[in-house]
Design a binder for this molecule. Structure first.
Ligand SMILES: [Zn+2]
Ligand SMILES: [Zn+2]
Length: 262
């Protein structure tokens, strides 16, 4: 049984546990070590089942727990070369940390993990496409101004998808962020809006995706209701029915026991 457990999601911390049968990996390790340990415990995830941590990029909401957590559980850390260099330079990993560059894809135990290119204002950001032992496939693609060809091909080859639905464009434009930050979020190296996320979902269903998790929702410029409504209405216009053709949820800011089985 393959599953995705969202431990945290938002600009204050991101982490997902993805497992095949008995082993799993973490994608990102935001918040702090104590909070990450607590979230794992609340979801009855034994840290012994975690084989590695895959980091999408060096922004603090994706790696705040990394230094202490990876050292405590002696876990290898994977990422692009740019991300690992940035983590080292900014002291976000221990000097003895086991760091491994993932160029294209690697096999870890019975899991295949492939790197996916994203477009973000970080050194060399990425997402991940994961194939579990029972040949179930999922993708995690967040923190991206737009969906690159690499991200689209991973998403189209997934049964379950964690995809960024960061902001409602109108809410962001009329919201409290300073102009410079608004411009950054809206840029090609910022974050994916609700509508840009929603637009690709019909194609993903046609390609075989049935489980969606909308992730990295802004707490200032979005609401779970708005993100869900945008996605569901675009899918509905394409004649795709919620609950019979697909299921959808928003990744909670903090873990609340929700998960995707795929
Ligand atoms: Zn982020
Ligand atoms: Zn980021």
């Amino acid at each position: 049984m393959a599953k995705i457990v969202p431990l945290f999601s938002s600009s204050s911390g991101n982490s997902y546990y993805i497992s095949g049968n008995s082993e799993g990996i973490l994608v990102d390790a935001g918040r702090n070590c104590k909070q990450l340990e607590l979230a794992l415990m609340q979801n009855e995830i034994d840290t012994k089942t975690i084989k590695a941590i895959f980091i999408t990029h060096e922004h603090i909401d994706h790696c705040a727990a990394l230094r202490v957590f990876a050292k405590r559980y002696e876990l290898p850390i994977y990422g692009s070369k740019g991300t690992l260099d940035a983590l080292r330079k900014s002291d976000k990993v221990d000097s003895n940390a086991k760091l491994f560059v993932i160029e294209d894809e690697i096999i870890l135990g019975d899991t295949l993990i492939k790197r996916v290119t994203t477009s973000h204002d970080a050194s060399e950001s990425c997402g991940y496409h994961i194939t579990t032992a029972d040949n179930r496939r999922c993708s995690v693609v967040t923190d991206t101004g737009f969906l690159t060809a690499s991200a689209m091909s991973a998403l189209k080859n997934s049964n379950a998808v964690v995809i960024e639905s960061n902001h409602d464009v109108e809410m962001l434009k009329n919201g409290p962020y300073p102009y410079v930050l608004k411009k950054r979020v809206l840029s090609m190296t910022g974050h994916l809006s609700n509508i840009d996320c929603a637009k690709v979902l019909p194609e993903l269903v046609e390609c075989g995706a049935t489980r969606f998790m909308l992730a990295h929702l802004s707490q200032e410029n979005n609401t779970p209701r708005l993100a869900l409504d945008t996605a569901v209405s675009v899918l509905k216009s394409a004649g795709i029915k919620k609950d019979s053709d697909y299921t959808i949820m928003t990744a909670p800011v903090e873990t609340n026991g929700k998960s995707i089985v795929f």
